[in-house]
Design a protein around this ligand. Structure first.
Ligand code: BJW
Ligand code: ZN
Length: 242
């Protein structure tokens, strides 16, 4: 792949103290985890509104659980790719490195990133919709469904449409976006809110925005620098130059 870092981007990165990586499903695509939208997206086959919302879960918990179990199986057999690893390694070169991810796959932490804000939850956690008791993967099954000891249905600890993002995580993410020097946007459409609002907060706070995606997105016209290519190829190339 032909690649070069322009002087402005290079100097900005060399002078940067605090860096944020805002990531989406595309960063895990090269690990073998299907994205949501686009050509190979899981949502070409399954409608999001039928699965990723609370009413759908109440109506058909078995179907929603099948979907999450299927994704869990995929994730458990995947490894962090060079993009996750490059981000984790950046911790050795900058004063402050923060990952703000919309992904629920845990791959940033598995790659070694220490400060990871998970805006949409984590597939490894579950909780009871009745008493809020938290569970890991050890949820007892009753009639084929994960049920709490109180009898309530247990659901994945992820954020579905129409649900609030975890406020402490969101606020901490906003603070990092406001105070960083460089803000990377990696493998996301940038269409899902309020997560995407963090991109514009970083921009309005003066951060230098760098996007990495295989295609143009809603965000492209707002960034300082775009790299069109796979995250697992582009990120290592960028950081090998600085
Ligand atoms: C590569 C690559 C490679 C591929 N290298 N790149 C109208 C306007 C504004 C907002 C709304 C609205 N109508 C409704 C809303 C609100 C709604 C929303 O944003 N909807 C929009 C879609 C229109 N938001 C919500 O409901 C949120 N909550 C909320 O607003 O609360 C307030 C409220 C409360 C009560 C009542 C009413 C309001 C919650 C949003 C939760 C989103 N949840 C999901 C599921 C999480 C759990 C799970 O995983 O199962 O989060 S949806 C899904 O989308 C998931 C993702 O994190 C999120 C973003 O997806 P992402 O990362 O962009 O992935 P893709 O697949 O779409 O794109 C992949 C990208 O990678 C592409 O760009 C590729 O090109 C690229 N790529 N391979 C680099 N190798
Ligand atoms: Zn319970």
């Amino acid at each position: 792949m032909k690649f070069s870092l322009d002087d402005k981007t290079k100097q900005t990165l060399l002078n940067a103290k605090s860096i944020v990586f805002f990531t989406g499903a595309g960063i895990s695509a090269e690990s073998g985890i299907p994205t949501f939208r686009g050509k190979d997206g899981i949502w070409n086959k399954l409608k999001p509104e039928e699965l990723a919302n609370f009413n759908a879960f109440l109506k058909n918990p078995k179907l929603v659980w099948e979907w999450y179990q299927h994704r869990k199986d995929i994730i458990n057999n995947c490894q962090p790719n060079p993009a996750h690893k490059t981000i984790a390694e950046a911790q050795n070169s900058f004063d402050r490195v923060t990952v703000i991810t919309q992904n629920i796959d845990n791959l940033h932490k598995r790659a070694g990133s220490k400060t990871v804000y998970e805006l949409h939850g984590n597939i490894e956690r579950n909780f009871c919709i009745k008493c809020k008791k938290e569970y890991g993967d050890d949820v007892p099954l009753k009639e084929g469904l994960p049920k709490c000891e109180c009898g309530g249905l247990v659901r994945p600890d992820v954020v579905w449409f129409g649900e609030y993002l975890p406020q402490d995580v969101f606020q901490a993410s906003e603070k990092e976006a406001e105070n960083c020097d460089v803000f990377f946007i990696v493998g996301t459409t940038g269409i899902v809110y309020p997560a995407a609002s963090i991109i514009y907060l970083a921009k309005n706070s003066g951060a230098y925005l760098i996007e990495i995606n295989i295609t143009e997105t809603d965000v492209t016209s707002s960034v300082d620098q775009s790299f069109f290519g796979k995250a697992g190829e582009v990120l290592p190339l960028i950081f090998s130059e600085i």
